[in-house]
Design a protein around this ligand. Structure first.
Ligand code: NAP
Ligand code: ZN
Length: 352
């Protein structure tokens, strides 16, 4: 065991602050990574503040962060995937049982025994896992990903959650050329959704509550932008979408989006508001529409997404901050005041 610097919160109402946390010594299949950049996902905020207490209660202290890019500093004797000096990435998962039907299907994100990167059960040290707002992390090589050489590192970090969370359902629901695709909410996930849907060749419509994001949405790859607070603008799209991805982090009326689907269209929820959503049966019944959810993606698909982003030169639009600004960044995230993902330059932790 060795100690590293980190930022943690000690309760749902405490700010994140400098702390020291333990990391395990590498086993033969482990990779030790010096963390260079870590994105700030809205899930970090939900969990630091224990907003998902019913489903995933937060264990304190919590060290969030699951959009991790770093450099390999040490490998175990059996590691073949990378070597010291390589770039490496870690997303939302650091372990799974490897034997259940979900793991065998490459869907580790649904394994009943998965270990989340933070606020998961630490099988090695006991207690809880600590995430990427820290100097370094030790991860089994099965959960370490390769970073395409051409991508900007700060912009690539958010691919590890925002990228795969939008890529996976789009692949599952057949987003391709000729499909009309809606992306609801232009935040960290949503702006990645627009870029990826555009790269997959679909006709992309971005829905935003923020008129100030209209120009950006077009620049990011949307073919059309709808300010969702305008009933007239919404009405024009009734019954026309093949697929809609809902990334909204707060309570909202999903029925208005269900009504925009064509027959057999699907709306997938990836946003995870704390409060249950109200659904009208009629929107689904009329037109055999479906509503589903999606959780990040498996490890092989995450690598596929990274390679796809490498080929298409896709990264997140990031505002890089020092770790000392993280609490301010959380407040701004809650006001949708970031274009479009905060990313922490972890070198800033060295001065703590
Ligand atoms: P984010 O950057 O805060 O983006 C959320 C966007 O939703 C905002 O930018 C805003 O877009 C819109 N929004 C916020 N409040 C709203 C409201 N009251 N009504 C309507 N629209 C509103 O968050 P994120 O990091 O993209 O995460 C989004 C959600 O996905 C979070 O709940 C997060 O926990 C969840 N998540 C799920 C998964 C998964 O695997 N399923 C993975 C990662 C994250 P506009 O300004 O454009 O309206
Ligand atoms: Zn996330």
């Amino acid at each position: 065991m060795y100690n590293v610097k980190a930022y943690s919160a000690i309760s749902a109402t405490s700010p994140l602050a400098s702390a020291t946390i333990p990391r395990r010594n590498s086993t033969e299949s482990d990779v030790q990574i010096e963390i260079l950049f870590c994105g700030i996902c809205h899930s970090d905020v939900h969990q630091v503040r224990n907003e998902w207490s019913n489903v995933m209660p937060t264990i304190y202290p919590i060290v969030p962060g699951h959009e991790i890019i770093g450099r390999v500093i040490k490998i175990g004797s059996a590691v073949t995937k990378c070597k010291p000096g390589d770039l490496a990435a870690v997303g939302c998962l650091v372990d799974s049982d490897g034997t259940c039907p979900q793991c065998k299907a490459g869907l580790e994100q649904f394994c009943p025994n998965l270990t989340l990167t933070f606020n998961g059960t630490d099988k090695h040290l006991g207690g809880v896992t600590y995430g990427g707002y820290s100097d370094s992390i030790v991860v089994d090589e099965r959960f370490v990903l390769r970073v395409p050489f051409n991508l900007d590192l700060a912009g690539a970090a958010p691919l590890l959650c925002a990228g795969i969370t939008t890529y996976s359902p789009m692949r599952h629901w057949g987003v391709t050329q000729g499909k009309k695709v809606g992306v609801v909410g232009l935040g960290g996930l949503g702006h990645m959704g627009v870029k990826i849907a555009h790269a997959l060749g679909s006709h992309v419509v971005a829905f935003t509550t923020s008129p100030s994001k209209k120009e950006d949405a077009l620049r990011l790859g949307a073919d059309e932008v709808v300010v969702s607070r305008s009933p007239d603008e919404m009405h024009k799209h009734t019954g026309s979408f093949d697929f809609i991805l809902d990334t909204i982090s707060a309570d909202h009326d999903i029925n208005t989006y269900i009504n925009l689907l064509r027959r057999d269209g699907n709306i997938t929820l990836v946003g995870a508001p704390a409060k249950p959503l109200d659904i009208s049966a009629f929107g689904l019944i009329m037109g055999r529409r479906s509503l589903s959810g999606s959780n990040i993606g498996g490890i092989a698909e995450t690598q596929e997404m990274l390679d796809f982003c490498g080929e298409h030169n896709i990264t997140a639009d990031v505002e890089v901050i020092p770790i000392q600004k993280v609490n301010e960044a959380y407040e701004r995230l809650l006001k949708s005041d970031v274009k479009y993902r905060f990313c922490i330059d972890m070198a800033s932790l060295k001065s703590e």
